[in-house]
Design a protein around this ligand. Structure first.
Ligand SMILES: [Zn+2]
Length: 340
């Protein structure tokens, strides 16, 4: 049974295996009442069904086991039509994904981010001993509840008004060259604390910061240069490192006001800058970016920071034009495939 009341779905959610992750309604503890965090079509397309994923607490799980409790109504009425649309657009290419209604695309990536968090953290919180294994503080929990609230917009009509963005997040889609090696076609990274997501699906690259739109304006300046251009996966990785780093130096906690009338829920985000004279985003140390680039690209420190205090970049040529990097070097070329 779906839970109709929005507030009880959020506030009284008990995070059990028999509670729908989305609406908070009761579900059976069976396979029918489970939703895959990464959709089934995606797992099959990228041959991930039996591949392992390592969760935050270090346990390993096959991707196919990455499921969360979800009632049939939420699954069949609210989530599946978004899923179907993304799948169709994905087959058509990055431009089709980019032209999707941004609110719906946000729901799709947010379900993955929140669903993973749900599987990794919320379901393992021990209710009898709330202090144990709790790596999430109350402030983080509050932000996660806001994300859960945004997810409700797939089943409850909600009006968003955001000073700095069209949607309550910062979301960017890129064209990426697809590696021929199957193992290199898919890549996922997230940062739970700073609420960012990096997803490379063959030819489609998606970056998202669940920051109520804080990176939307600066991102329009920085990321738009590289959109619609066939990026090398390394270049897309560098963009991911930039988005993750920027989220880390955000100096504000976005302020949200939620209003409820019988017909409509309104979700308003005040100006990110607010009245504070401090810059919205701080700067970062080259050393920290080097760590981030190493994580994204798998390169050594010497490669990502050839000169102390300066990070290497793969995005531009010497004259400032966007650099084209071909896929003819290992492991991205067909040689990588032959070695499998
Ligand atoms: Zn439900």
């Amino acid at each position: 049974m779906p839970n109709q009341s929005l507030y009880s779905a959020i506030r009284d959610h008990d995070f059990s295996e028999t509670t729908c992750f989305l609406c908070g309604g009761d579900v059976e503890n069976d396979l029918k009442s489970r939703e895959h965090v990464f959709p089934k079509w995606l797992l099959h397309h990228f041959d991930l069904w039996d591949q392992p994923i390592t969760l935050l607490n270090g346990t390993k799980l096959a991707y196919r086991q990455l499921v969360i409790p979800c009632c049939l109504v939420c699954n069949n009425e609210y989530l599946s039509n978004i899923e179907q649309e993304v799948q169709e657009r994905f087959s058509a290419g990055a431009a089709d994904v980019a032209s999707m209604d941004r609110g719906r695309l946000l729901l799709w990536v947010l379900k993955i981010f929140y669903g993973l968090l749900y599987r990794e953290l919320f379901l393992s919180i021990d209710r009898r001993d709330p202090g144990a294994g709790n790596i999430v503080g109350p402030e983080d929990m509050e932000q996660f509840q806001l994300l859960h609230f945004i997810l409700q917009s797939c089943r409850v009509s909600m009006q968003f008004s955001i000073m700095d963005s069209d949607i309550p997040a910062s979301l960017f889609v890129f064209d990426v060259q697809e590696p021929s090696s199957k193992k290199l076609k898919f890549d996922y990274k997230d940062d739970v604390v700073n609420r960012t997501l990096y997803l490379r699906l063959g030819k489609v690259g998606i970056l998202a910061a669940f920051d109520m739109g804080a990176q939307t304006l600066p991102g329009k300046e920085f990321f738009s240069r590289y959109q619609g251009y066939p990026l090398h996966p390394l270049q897309f990785g560098e963009l991911g490192a930039n988005l993750f780093m920027k989220a880390r130096v955000l100096n504000r906690t976005p302020k949200v006001i939620i209003g409820e009338s019988p017909e409509l829920i309104s979700f308003s985000v005040l100006s990110i800058a607010g009245l504070s004279p401090n810059p919205v985003f701080g700067g970062w140390e080259a050393e920290d970016m080097a760590e981030m680039l190493m994580m994204f690209l798998g390169y050594s420190r010497e490669l990502v920071m050839p000169v102390a205090g300066r990070n290497a970049t793969w995005l531009e040529n010497g004259d400032g034009s966007v650099r084209f990097i071909s896929m003819d070097a290992p492991p991205w070329n067909t040689l990588g495939e032959a070695e499998e």
